[in-house]
Design a binder for this molecule. Structure first.
Ligand SMILES: [Mg+2]
Length: 291
């Protein structure tokens, strides 16, 4: 495989099996590359506290950390390390007024779904720049983080039963229309349980960090690769959360999906399969091939 100057990757399900799994193996594989100056970028929807127990910096030497970046919170925060400590170098955090507008919009979507379609939802408000609208609030899915094919089908049936046409696409359209009423260009994503509506997504993370890598080190997107385990489409034209790493700015890069789930992926994405093991092997290969 080609040698890359920048490696962007999802954390849960790509570098570690789960949030609770030990990060030791991932860290060891990353260390060798960071020591060679390869830029590594963790792109995850979660927050810093949820990666390696919120102590990621403790696993690395100060010099290694200079090559490590994180794009977190679905576009909300971009981190680099300064003097061995995590530091947010760009963010998409709204002021109070804009945040309240996002909340009003989320309530507006809830209201629209209930008033026009009789669909009951719950809203989680306490997120930095988006709200989570629980579409399965009165069904029992537990706190499972991984999406299952059947669950998407369940949601689709639920939407259809309430008269929402065109499945998840139809739902996203409703959300965007409500957003416009509130003067918000909504960034909306959907899995089998939550509709998330806000002002940024993983595209904002990779775009900002790509700009930073280009500005500081002259790295171009064609010298980078992007790894994840959720590229697969939920339905035509609506792909998984990792597909948001594929943007105008990054499209010259190489995209790899370690998931073995069958389904449609964006054209650029190579389904390589093999899960976390495959990604960690790739890091090992990059190390031995030398720059
Ligand atoms: Mg994942």
């Amino acid at each position: 495989m080609k040698k890359y100057r920048g490696i962007f990757f999802d954390w849960d399900g790509t570098a570690v099996l789960s949030r609770k799994a030990s990060p030791d193996e991932a860290v060891a594989a990353m260390k060798a590359l960071l020591a060679k100056g390869v830029k590594m970028v963790i792109v995850s929807g979660t927050t810093y506290e949820n990666i390696a127990g919120g102590k990621l910096e403790a696993y690395f030497e100060k010099e290694d950390l200079e090559h490590l970046y994180l794009g977190l919170g679905r576009g909300a925060y971009n981190y680099r390390f300064e003097d061995g400590r995590p530091s947010i170098f760009s963010d998409r955090i709204p002021d109070q007024e804009e945040l309240l507008r996002i909340h009003d919009m989320a309530y507006g979507i809830h209201r629209e779904l209930l008033a026009s379609y009789g669909l009951k939802t719950d809203i989680v408000f306490c997120r930095p720049n988006y709200c989570k609208i629980d579409l399965m609030a009165d069904t029992d899915r537990g706190e499972q983080l991984f999406m299952q094919e059947k669950e998407v089908e369940m949601l689709r049936e639920r939407l259809a039963a309430h008269g929402i046409r065109n499945g998840l696409g139809g739902l996203l359209e409703i959300a965007c229309n409500v957003g416009r009423r509130f003067g918000i260009e909504v960034k909306a994503t959907c899995d089998a349980k939550y509709l998330e509506v806000g002002i940024s997504d993983k595209s904002d993370n990779v775009d900002r960090i790509m700009e930073e890598l280009e500005r500081k080190f002259g790295i171009k997107s064609e010298e980078c690769c992007f790894w994840g385990d959720e590229f697969v489409g939920l339905e035509d034209g609506i792909y998984g959360s990792d597909s948001f790493m594929l943007t105008k700015k990054t499209e010259e890069g190489d995209f790899y999906d370690v998931s073995s789930v069958s389904g449609k992926r964006p054209e650029k994405v190579v389904q390589i399969g093999g899960g976390v093991r495959r990604f960690l092997n790739f890091l090992e290969e990059q190390k031995t091939e030398g720059l």
